[in-house]
Ligand binder design. Structure first.
Ligand SMILES: CC(C)(COP(=O)(O)OP(=O)(O)OC[C@H]1O[C@@H](n2cnc3c(N)ncnc32)[C@H](O)[C@@H]1OP(=O)(O)O)[C@@H](O)C(=O)NCCC(=O)NCCS
Length: 444
C-alpha cells in the first residue's frame, strides 16, 4: 500500500486544499504508473511476445478504431486432440464438483498462485470459493484444465474458463472468462503457460465460443483497460504488523487507527439480499451496468449463483435497500484470505473485495458513499481486515470520502479475439469526475 499526505485539518474543506489534494493524487498516480511500467518491464513490441504474437489479440502498435473479432474460425478448423505433452506429463480435467479434486486444486494454488511483488502475501482459495467461482450456470466441466505428473498423478498446472455473456460497446458476445492460470513453481519458464492457454482455448472453441476476457497483473498484448487497486483499511494494527499498511512519517499509530474507524450508519431498509428480491435486483443491476462500455449480462440463475450465498462458507455477501416494497439499491462484496508469508504473529489476512452494486438514486456519489458505509459495517462485523476496490465501475467516486488509499497493484483487462478501442478503467483520467463509464465488469 502507498501512503497519503497529511492534510492540515483547518484547510481540509477549503477549495485550495481540495485542489492541492487533487494535484497530489495526480502526482501519486503518475509516480505509481511510472513505477508500474518499470516493474513490468513493458516490452517494446508485440513481436517480443513469442506466444502472444501468434494469437488473435490486438498488437501494441495497433490502435483499433472499430470493434469486432480478429479472426473468424469454423468448428472443423479446431484441433480434435490436445497438443501432446513432454513424457512424464498428461492432460486432465479437474472435477470441480469432487471434494478430492478441489482439495488438489487448493493445494496447487495455495503453494503456487499469485504473490505480491515483495512475496509477502499469497491468495488462498478455499474449496467453497473455487466451487462458487468455477460452477456458474452453464459451466462446462471440460473448461477446468489440468496437467498431472503421469507417475505420481500430482496436479502441476491449471487453467479454467466459465461462460459469460459480455457486452462490449453494445455488441453482445458469448464469451468465457479465463481465470486461475497456475503452473507449479518447479515448472516455471518452460513455456507451459502457452500450452495451457492453447488447450483451454481449444476446448472452448469446440463449443463454438471464440472470445474470452481475462485479467493479468503483467502486460500482455494489449490490455483493453487497466484498473488500479484501492484499499480501505479496517484493522490498521494487524495490517501494519504484517507489512500491508505503513505508518506515514508525521503520524502515529493512534491517528491511523482513528482514521479508519468504521462508524455505524443509519440506512433505513438496508438488509440482506433474499431470493425473492432477485427479479428486481436483476433489473436494477442490468440498467445500472448498461452505461458501461464493458460489462456482463446476468440472467436470473446467474444472479442467484453469484449473489445468494449457497452455504455458510460462501464468500459472497449481498445487501439491498428496500423502500416501501421497492428495491432501490443493491451492493455486494466477496471475501478471500491471503496467506501471510514469514510473519510470526499472523498467518492470514482477511480481504473483502467490492463486487457488483446498483442504485436507482441519481445523486450517485452521495448514495454510493452511504451504501459503501453500510457495507463496511458488515465487512467489519465479518472480521475482514481490509476492503479492496478497483477503479472500475463508479468506485472512485467514494474513495476520498471513505478513506480508501491507492495501492501499488494494477490489473489489466485483456480481450481474446476481439478488438475495440481502449476502455477507461478509472485511472486514465487524472481526476475521476464525472464518472468515465468504462469498466463495468468484475472478475474474481
Ligand atoms: C502465470 C504463470 C502460469 C506463467 O508461467 P511461466 O512459467 O512464468 O511462463 P511460461 O514460460 O510458461 O510462458 C510464458 C508465456 O506466458 C505468458 N503469460 C505469463 N503469464 C500470463 C498470464 N497471466 N496470462 C496470459 N499469459 C501469460 C507470457 O507472456 C509468455 O508469453 P510471451 O512470450 O508471448 O510473452 C506462472 O508464473 C504462475 O503460475 N504464476 C502464479 C499465478 C499467476 O500469476 N497466475 C496468473 C493469474 S492472472
Amino acid at each position: 500500500m502507498s501512503n497519503e499526505s497529511n492534510n492540515s485539518k483547518d484547510a481540509k474543506d477549503s477549495k485550495e486544499s481540495k485542489e492541492s489534494n487533487e494535484k497530489l493524487l495526480k502526482m501519486i498516480k503518475a509516480m505509481l504508473a511510472e513505477k508500474q511500467k518499470e516493474k513490468q518491464n513493458e516490452p517494446k513490441s508485440t513481436d517480443q511476445h513469442k506466444f502472444w504474437k501468434t494469437q488473435p489479440v490486438v498488437r501494441y502498435e495497433d490502435k483499433p478504431v472499430e470493434q469486432g473479432p480478429l479472426k473468424l474460425q469454423t468448428l472443423d478448423e479446431v484441433p480434435k486432440q490436445p497438443q501432446s505433452l513432454p513424457t512424464g506429463f498428461e492432460w486432465c480435467t479437474v472435477d470441480v464438483t469432487d471434494e478430492g479434486h478441489l482439495a488438489e486444486l487448493y493445494d496447487l494454488l495455495y503453494a503456487n498462485y499469485i504473490e505480491d511483488d515483495d512475496e509477502q502475501f499469497r491468495f488462498k482459495y478455499p474449496a467453497a470459493f473455487l466451487r462458487w467461482a468455477l460452477t456458474p450456470p452453464g459451466w462446462n466441466p471440460e473448461f477446468a484444465v489440468g496437467i498431472r505428473a503421469t507417475e505420481s498423478q500430482k496436479l502441476l498446472a491449471f487453467i479454467s474458463g466459465i461462460p459469460a455473456n459480455l457486452v462490449v460497446r453494445e455488441a453482445e458476445i458469448k464469451a468465457v472468462e479465463i481465470n486461475f492460470l497456475c503452473v507449479h513453481k518447479k515448472l516455471r519458464s518452460k513455456r507451459l503457460a502457452p500450452v495451457m492457454i492453447k488447450e483451454v482455448t481449444r476446448r472452448v472453441n469446440l463449443t463454438e465460443v471464440w472470445q474470452a476476457l481475462f485479467t493479468a497483473a503483467t502486460i500482455i498484448p494489449t490490455p483493453v483497460s487497466t484498473a488500479q487497486y484501492y484499499h480501505r483499511v479496517i484493522d490498521w494494527s494487524k495490517l501494519y504488523e504484517v507489512g500491508f499498511a505503513h505508518l506515514p512519517e508525521n503520524s502515529t499509530p493512534e491517528e491511523q487507527i482513528a482514521q479508519v474507524e468504521v462508524k455505524k450508519v443509519a440506512l433505513e431498509g438496508f438488509r440482506k439480499l433474499e431470493l425473492e428480491d432477485l427479479p428486481q435486483v436483476q433489473k436494477l443491476l442490468s440498467e445500472y451496468l448498461s452505461k458501461f462500455q464493458l460489462y456482463q449480462k446476468f440472467d436470473l440463475d446467474e444472479m442467484k449463483h453469484w449473489f445468494i450465498p449457497a452455504s455458510k462458507e460462501s464468500p459472497v455477501m449481498s445487501y439491498v435497500v428496500e423502500e416501501n416494497g421497492v428495491i432501490t439499491d443493491f451492493i455486494s462484496c466477496y471475501g478471500l484470505e491471503s496467506t501471510v508469508l514469514g510473519n510470526h504473529k499472523h498467518d492470514t489476512i482477511r480481504i473483502a473485495y467490492m463486487f457488483y452494486y446498483a442504485t436507482q438514486h441519481e445523486d450517485l456519489k452521495e448514495r454510493l458513499t452511504t451504501l459503501y458505509e453500510a457495507l463496511l459495517v458488515k465487512v467489519k462485523e465479518n472480521n475482514y481486515d481490509v476492503l479492496n476496490a478497483l477503479t472500475a465501475m463508479d468506485n472512485p467516486l467514494v474513495f476520498e470520502n471513505l478513506n480508501f488509499k491507492p495501492g501499488d497493484g494494477f490489473l489489466n483487462y485483456n480481450l481474446f479475439n476481439w478488438k475495440t478501442p481502449r476502455i477507461d478503467g478509472g485511472i486514465d483520467n487524472s481526476v475521476y469526475e464525472p464518472a468515465p463509464g468504462g469498466l463495468g465488469v468484475v472478475l474474481l
